[in-house]
Design a protein around this ligand. Structure first.
Ligand code: OGA
Ligand code: MN
Length: 282
């Protein structure tokens, strides 16, 4: 097995491993260590069916199900379809994932440790791949704040709500009814990574709605400032997709964004997505 770090502050590619096969513990241990270190891992040219994807995800923890159940794989409800494909005029999967910088399901009490996307169809035009996924290191973003600002935000807690400000950005309208059923939760603005101990910024513009005990204007200003800082280009890593990439990211250590630079029916994009349970942020 070979681990090739990207030139960015996060991201690595792993070669010489076949994720369709059961992984010996030692090999899994190296993958898990690389995951904690690099936060975004890409395994190229994998050929994994649904049970194999689920089995690999289970090595990292309990596999979860998303509340948007209408996008679940028809046979394997642990897998969600992320896709822009329409069949009989209806979206076969979640067509709208990740339009604003975010970390997955921060609006739940125990957000997932990891998200995996396995690429079945990748859009391209004139040989140029579309639909990149962008990542930004929330740990490096925290490290780069001055000590004074780190101290100022160290004890703050933010309110996260999936049906909040994102509704006002005009995305995801079709799922708003389900979103409004999700209660708001409160998490620390600075999370300690459960495996590395690194401190990570944990607010996003899409889902952080306020800060406990802070006037709303001031809170939204601070969220805006910290969220912008978190996704500054110097902390960034961009994934250019190839069919059969299995990509996984750490939802504490990074935020991510989908580039929706492709459109149905000219372009087709289809991913199998799975999330692995995490810990209550502290
Ligand atoms: C997600 C997500 C980004 C993408 O599945 O959580 O944000 O590029 N996806 O599909
Ligand atoms: Mn996401």
């Amino acid at each position: 097995m070979e681990i090739v770090p990207s030139p960015d502050v996060i991201g690595a590619e792993i070669y010489g491993v076949d994720l369709a096969q059961p992984l010996p513990d030692a090999e899994f241990g190296r993958i898990e260590a690389a995951f904690n270190k690099h936060a975004v891992l890409c395994f190229r040219s994998q050929k994994v069916d649904e049970p194999q994807l689920i089995a690999f995800a289970r090595r990292f923890g309990a596999v979860e199900r998303i509340f948007l159940t209408h996008y679940a794989h028809p046979t394997y409800p642990e897998i969600m379809l992320v896709s822009n494909i329409k069949e009989s005029g209806r979206d076969i999967g979640h067509a709208d994932a990740g339009r604003v910088w975010h970390t997955d399901m921060s609006y739940t009490t125990r957000p997932p440790r990891a998200t995996m996307l396995y690429a079945l169809e990748v859009p391209a035009e004139n040989g140029v791949v579309l639909g990149d996924t962008l990542f930004s290191s929330a740990a490096d973003a925290h490290d780069s704040l001055g000590q004074e600002r780190q101290q100022r935000i160290a004890k703050l807690r933010a309110i996260h709500q999936v049906a909040g400000r994102r509704a006002r950005t005009g995305t995801g309208q079709e799922d708003q009814a389900l979103r409004y059923q999700q209660p708001a939760v409160v998490h620390p603005v600075v999370r300690t990574h459960p495996h590395t101990g690194r401190k990570c910024l944990y607010v996003s513009k899409g889902e952080s709605e306020g800060i406990e005990g802070m006037p709303q204007d001031e809170a939204l200003g601070l969220i805006e400032e910290l969220a912008d800082h978190t996704v500054d280009p110097r902390f960034r890593h961009i994934h250019h997709w190839r069919v059969r990439d299995l990509l996984m990211w750490d939802n504490c250590a990074v935020q991510h964004l989908a580039s929706h630079d492709y459109e149905w029916p000219k372009h087709r994009r289809l991913m199998h997505r799975i999330t692995v349970g995490g810990t209550v942020p502290v």
